[in-house]
Design a protein around this ligand. Sequence first.
Ligand SMILES: NC(=O)c1ccc[n+]([C@@H]2O[C@H](COP(=O)([O-])OP(=O)(O)OC[C@H]3O[C@@H](n4cnc5c(N)ncnc54)[C@H](OP(=O)(O)O)[C@@H]3O)[C@@H](O)[C@H]2O)c1
Length: 308
Amino acid sequence: MVLLFLSPDDPADAWRAELQARIPDLDVRIWPEVGAPADIDIALVWRPPPGELARYPNLKAILSLAAGIDGLIADPDLPDVPIARMVDPSLTRTMTEYVLVAVLRHHREFDRFERAQRARDWAYAFPPQTADRRVGIMGLGELGSAAARRLVAHGFEVLGWSRSPKALEGVVSYAGHSELHTFLHRTDILVCLLPLTADTIGILDAATFAELPHGACVINVARGQHLVEDDLIRALDSGHLGGATLDVFREEPLPSGSALWAHPKVLVTPHVASYSVPATAADGVAANIRRVLAAEPLLHQVDRARGY
Ligand SMILES: NC(=O)c1ccc[n+]([C@@H]2O[C@H](COP(=O)([O-])OP(=O)(O)OC[C@H]3O[C@@H](n4cnc5c(N)ncnc54)[C@H](OP(=O)(O)O)[C@@H]3O)[C@@H](O)[C@H]2O)c1
């Protein structure tokens, strides 16, 4: 079995070592040193150049190094083989941690105190208790449900919105477009953990912000294309929104001319909300390699028609 590893951002040698520790006879070719394209059985990838995966005539499966596969399926030449997305404890743990930090920062108003400090303003005021702060999570999948559980454990009132209703202890579940309005009305801190699809692109826009209560905060850790950046800036400047934490952007790296960099109510982080480490993520990848060998369905297989 020959695996092509293609990622500009992941540690290729560590991945090879972890995979070969689990499957000793696995031949790992690190792009662009691929040898004969016809040798390649499986591709393990993050952001391959469009058209690249069409070069491998015997490709049997694509394993994504990322949880989101919107970039992959946007490739019009992508081979028609099963795709699995990344699900990994380290990815889930780091995302949960980021969401908790970002929610707490808005909840305890550190963003406001940072601005007050710069103005030498002794801004003495206490925030509400966690039980009186409503955190709404858009997307209750692997990452959203883990974040929701952590926020419930921390005492927040937690709401979730997904395509199908969910039964998560302590989380009020809303589903589908018809319940979005009620979900947004009841959300003080909105966290976006949706996949990027035709249905969710641009969902963080003026109409959505208008449904949130005055002073609400927005955390986007999903994809930059979920957010209409100009709408966010207008909602922040008007005072309707209290603040935003953004990890993902339409254009990455965020251009130096973007108004988001210097906006006093925006925290920018460079797409670092979560990451998987080969030491743990290789378990799931190896399991899927064995499934390809056994001609079994992949774990965490993407539904291309649904887009996630
Ligand atoms: N910033 C980062 O570092 C980073 C890292 C990892 C992932 N991400 C992003 O996080 C996203 C989520 O990852 P995941 O592993 O949690 O995905 P997932 O397990 O596939 O969960 C997706 C969730 O979104 C819901 N959903 C999808 N389309 C919807 C729609 N039209 N309306 C309402 N709900 C909808 C799904 O509803 P159902 O449950 O009803 O199907 C599901 O609950 C990824 O796609 C990626 O873009 C970002």
